[in-house]
Ligand binder design. Sequence first.
Ligand code: BGC
Length: 410
Amino acid sequence: MSTKNKISDQPVRFPKDFLWGSAISAHQTEGNNVNSDWWAWENSAGRAAALKARGKSLEDHRSGEACDFYHRYDSDFALAESLNQNAIRISVEWARIEPKSGEWRGEEVRHYVEVLKSAQKHGLKTFVTLFHFTLPLWFAESGGFAQPGNVDRFVAYVEKLAAKLDPYVDFWLTLNEPEIYTSHAYYFGIYPPQHKSLRESFRVVNNLIAAHRRTYAVLKKQSTKPVGLAYHLLDVVAVNVLSSFNRLFFHYVANEYVLNRTVKFCDFIGVNYYNHVHLAWWGRRMQSQSRHETSDLGWGIHPEGIERVLVGLKRYRKPVYITENGVADAADTRREKFIKDHLRYVQRAIARGVNVRGYLHWSLIDNFEWHHGFRPRFGLVAVDYATQKRTVRDSARAYASICKNNSLSA
Ligand code: BGC
């Protein structure tokens, strides 16, 4: 690291009213999301065969009861409060509310009202995501977001839901990471429906962009709350002059394609920051772990990238919330340093004029890490899946003291 980039270990204060908290999503934590496309996929014969062929355990890769957050939200929010957090990000599961096309379950909407009331009781501002990777099975089977006409169904759902939920929401997030969802579900074939088509990927990402814009308009009609989108932003690093051109191209595709088409329809920008990529001079070898310490998932830990990503957003002149940032670290030997290092670079971005107003760590509790199953541990709080016992990790206490003081000491 050059001296220019060296972070100081002086105490660092954050702006007044900064939000400190953590994030989760519904399918990853609630358990028994039985009417969703993910549930169907996790329990399909094809998935079982693919896991068996790779020598992996089926049980580890089925969300099942997950963290039973559906029933334990109140005690989990109490934990967040005890760790001095003042904000929480959750998502609402469409597959519960409309398990069959046109069948509206009012009791599930009331459940989410209770969840949000509980968060408020525990002093947590609420960020509510409307689409975090999972869909009702009926919607997925009718073509999901690959069908332009289906956007209407999503917007109609949001309109009806928001009428009930809005009083308990502080910040709306329309979509989580349209870039990652599209690439993983329609290009790399990792998430259901496991397609591998560039053409279809463009169709899906453009439909998601339309879904965001229309959802934004619908929410603005009935709500005074800020509406944003959670973007997955990568720090794209060129290793030499030759890869600079590739860098521009990759940066555009990975970060700017969605951002440029949606940011006008955002009251704030949500940033999910995890990774960077080093582009080798061909642009063919992309590594995120080279020269870096890695997480349990082999992702390179690269805190300086968050400053670059944030400074890149300055031109949009919008408030920014970090809606996810975290590390898979079962032994909890890297998380405290990870948080502190990232926060020092966040502070540098603030000093350079970026209007960052909050930091939500991924994640409050260990949870179901999509196609990787339960093995990666992202939680500030550990979950024993056999007993559902929660255990606060040391890094969570270190983070709690940052939240309490609104500052970071050496
Ligand atoms: C997703 C989360 C996920 C996290 C860690 C983010 O891209 O929004 O759902 O658990 O990354 O992989």
